[in-house]
Design a protein around this ligand. Sequence first.
Ligand SMILES: [Zn+2]
Length: 110
Amino acid sequence: MSKNLNTNEETHESMATALPEFKGYTVDIRLGQFRKVSRKDNPSIEFLDFDSAEGKKLVIEYIQSLDEFSMDADIPEPTDGSCSHKHIELIGKVLGYDIARCIKCGKHFV
Ligand SMILES: [Zn+2]
């Protein structure tokens, strides 16, 4: 493996930590897949593509669980220190839905 590839790998790792989880899976909208890391006897990663039958079922459930985002709303900063999700960026389209994420906390919106 070249040094270049290793650098890409590290960048990806640090991004992955900010991704939301759903039913034990890490949700990666950009790659279009769910990932489940098992740390039991035999550490392994399970991939579930949004395109697969099981992945599609799960991604529909996930989208239904998301809050709707409003780009123009004037959201007040919460006093308890939680994220107001003011800074939202669109990250992709899944099954016809625009998926956005909060730059600060990584929460997804639809
Ligand atoms: Zn947020």
